[in-house]
Design a binder for this molecule. Structure first.
Ligand SMILES: Cc1cc2nc3c(=O)[nH]c(=O)nc-3n(C[C@H](O)[C@H](O)[C@H](O)COP(=O)(O)OP(=O)(O)OC[C@H]3O[C@@H](n4cnc5c(N)ncnc54)[C@H](O)[C@@H]3O)c2cc1C
Length: 388
């Protein structure tokens, strides 16, 4: 049975230098990051802290963990297309992404709005994953409506005293630091009373409680703060301006969230497995795989068109990133479904033994929720693109 992949698509947008750049990265990723870690990513297995740190530090040593940071802090002077190719190749080669909380959230916010002392203290350690950061935004009654958050930081001399609760905090169990949105003024419109605070997870009064997800993994947590004392020097930027920094951070988070490369890697795996186990002979299944491949190509072309105008937007967030988020997460979920289908009932008995297709399927229900749910992205598109 013929099973060649679909060609064309993004390559039409690439110069020969871009293609050479991509090949160089591919060679580096596939030769330097251990196969055992990449196999886990490819099979949708859960990674240990050690896997993530090992891979991250290999990238940082080669100057490849934080290429999108300012050059002074380890960034690269790459074009928008080269940045895209970098992410795409990381995912195609099934590498764990450099820790998102360090590289795409805290780092860019501190680089853009932090004091010189904060930059010196936090950025190099974050780039090398010497400090593990987590994100303390969501609360039990503040998810989509994030500006309703209630965690309170009251000024007491040179310190803030923090009380409240965060939830869904990914990898808080590993974290040394948490960047938090806290309420510093209750007397103003809700967005206007929020600040961005860096809190040492080892401070007295911080408690982490696990939330087990439906596939049985410990990825997310609740974090409680009881009279936690935080030096004022850990405030980022200006007090009560935290909402502006949060919007900057969320646009950064959304920009990389389509994870087209990861879906491509998954669908390639589905093809391989289908050919091996005979499922490829089923025309309906074949049609589903090819449809996903075509949809990924279309999303990739859209991504390239959005990149082409990135230059003209400068630092402003592009509302079109909401389109990439919605479509990218739908395709990630379809790839997870096909991976589960190709493994069939026998996949159940293989849990934890090479291919965790079912766990991966359950785990990927999250991608249409985090980073701002897909319904919220539709609201953004309605307002900012359609002008409704
Ligand atoms: C696996 C996972 C990891 C996460 N990690 C982190 C983390 O590390 N740090 C962190 O701060 N947060 C994290 N989150 C939280 C995530 O950002 C929130 O789950 C998300 O913002 C949605 O908020 P919520 O869960 O409170 O749902 P809700 O806001 O209660 O929404 C429930 C449903 O209602 C819909 N809805 C809500 N408002 C509207 C509206 N105005 N219009 C239309 N539909 C609407 C939503 O789309 C959703 O389907 C994580 C979430 C998950 C699932």
């Amino acid at each position: 049975m013929e099973h060649s992949t679909i060609s064309g698509g993004v390559d039409a947008y690439l110069s020969s230098e871009d293609r050479a750049f991509r090949q160089e990265l591919r060679d580096f990723f596939q030769t330097n990051v251990p196969r055992s870690i990449r196999d886990k990513v490819s099979a949708g297995q859960s990674l240990t802290k050690d896997d993530i740190v090992t891979s991250h530090r290999i990238l940082n040593k080669a100057g490849l963990a934080v290429p999108h940071w300012p050059v002074a802090w380890g960034g690269k002077d790459w074009s928008a297309v080269q940045h895209y190719l970098y992410k795409e190749e990381l995912q195609r080669s099934a590498l764990p992404l450099p820790l998102q909380f360090n590289c795409y959230m805290m780092g860019p916010v501190v680089a853009a709005f932090g004091s010189e002392a904060q930059k010196q203290r936090f950025l190099p350690r974050a780039a090398n994953l010497d400090d593990w950061w987590c994100q303390g935004f969501s609360e039990p009654d503040a998810g989509s409506d994030l500006a309703s958050l209630k965690t309170r930081a009251l000024r007491d001399g040179d310190e803030y005293v923090v009380n409240g609760q965060k939830t869904w905090t990914t990898y808080a169990q590993y974290a040394d630091w948490i960047f938090c949105l806290v309420r510093t003024d209750v007397s103003v419109k809700k967005q206007a009373g929020i600040s961005f605070l860096l809190i040492d997870m080892n401070s007295p009064g911080v408690e982490v409680r696990p939330i087990m997800t439906m596939e049985g993994r410990h990825e997310v947590n609740e974090v409680f703060f009881t009279d936690v004392r935080v030096p004022v020097e850990n405030l980022v930027g200006t007090e009560n301006k935290g909402w502006d920094y949060a919007k900057f951070l969320l646009a950064n988070e959304r920009a990389g969230i389509a994870r087209i490369g990861l879906s491509k890697e998954r669908v390639a795996r589905v093809r391989r497995r289908a050919v091996e186990n005979g499922r490829w002979d089923d025309p309906v299944f074949r049609g589903d795989v090819v449809r996903l491949e075509v949809d990924l190509k279309a999303l990739e072309v859209t991504q390239m068109q959005i990149l082409a105008r990135a230059q003209s937007l400068g630092n402003r967030p592009d509302p079109a990133s909401s389109i990439l988020k919605i479509r990218g997460s739908q395709l990630q979920q379809r790839a997870a479904e096909l991976l589960m289908e190709v493994e069939g009932a026998s996949g159940l008995s293989k849990r934890g033994q090479g291919c965790d297709a079912i766990d991966n399927y359950l785990n990927f229900r999250k991608v249409s929720l985090y980073g701002g749910s897909n319904e919220i992205q539709k609201n953004i598109i309605a307002k900012t693109i359609l002008g409704l």
